[in-house]
Design a protein around this ligand. Structure first.
Ligand code: CTP
Ligand code: MG
Length: 223
């Protein structure tokens, strides 16, 4: 069976607040989506599929060009729905063994993460990259309630790797409120999800300031 990278790029990027959705905004002259795709070029990934928003077909073609990739899959109103639509399309097409579900907004994947994720799948149904929290965490927002023990907290990133049958089944059975990642969907269905070391480069481009920082990092890296 094949290993497919399923890239969800169907959001509106409302927290960045630019005129073009963030996955089509450029960093170093290149759209975020294209950065994300370039970093998924890995010997163990057989193909990449992209989930886009209805109405973004023009933006998608402008960024990626037509003909170079299989046609995009149309996403839904939440990330979870977009993932589900992607998984259902892959199920229709058949032949998928392993899927790496990835946010287009995490544009700077490093190769070692994919190696670690796929290795962890040898004895698990899923695997996710995680990083520790360095700041102090307080409940209660600005009221500053109890401090949360940060040793018990990790930040969970994407890509998230799964045996295809497991994550498809988990999404079909999910009955909770909106899930922000796929590991929680898998775990709710009883599947085992392992953790591997994440990467700071995978931080999600969420706010306008993240774009300014990425732009600065990229231009200093090219010196
Ligand atoms: N995403 C998606 N379909 C949606 C919502 C989000 O495919 N209906 C994707 C985004 O394109 C992004 C990833 O899920 O690559 C992570 O979501 P997030 O960072 O929240 O992106 P947006 O939802 O676009 O941003 P915002 O929440 O600020 O509007
Ligand atoms: Mg969002």
């Amino acid at each position: 069976g094949k290993t497919i990278a399923l890239v969800v790029a169907a959001g509106s990027g409302s927290r960045v607040g630019s005129d073009v959705p963030k996955q089509y905004r450029t960093i170093g002259g290149k759209p975020v989506l294209n950065h994300a795709l370039a970093h998924l070029d890995h010997p163990l990934i057989d193909a990449i599929r992209i989930v886009i928003a209805p109405g973004h077909e023009g933006l998608f073609e402008q960024a990626v060009g037509s003909g170079s990739l299989p046609s995009p899959i149309i996403g839904g109103t939440t990330r979870q729905e977009s993932v589900r639509n992607g998984l259902e399309q892959l199920a229709l097409e058949g032949g998928v063994d392993t899927v790496l579900i990835h946010d287009a907004a995490r544009a700077f994947l490093s190769g070692g993460v994919v190696d670690r994720l796929l290795a962890a799948l040898d004895d698990s149904d899923g695997a996710v990259p995680v990083l520790p929290v360095v700041d102090t965490l307080a409940r209660g927002g600005h009221d500053l309630g109890d401090t949360v023990n940060r040793d018990e907290i990790v930040r969970v990133q994407t890509p998230q790797a799964f045996r295809f049958g497991a994550i498809l089944d988990a999404h079909r059975r999910w009955a909770g409120a909106e899930a922000t990642d796929d590991a929680q969907v898998a775990r709710a269905a009883g599947y085992r999800v392992a953790t591997v070391e994440g990467d700071e480069g995978l931080a999600k481009l969420t706010y306008a300031s993240d774009f300014a920082q990425a732009e600065a990092r990229l231009s200093s890296a090219m010196l």
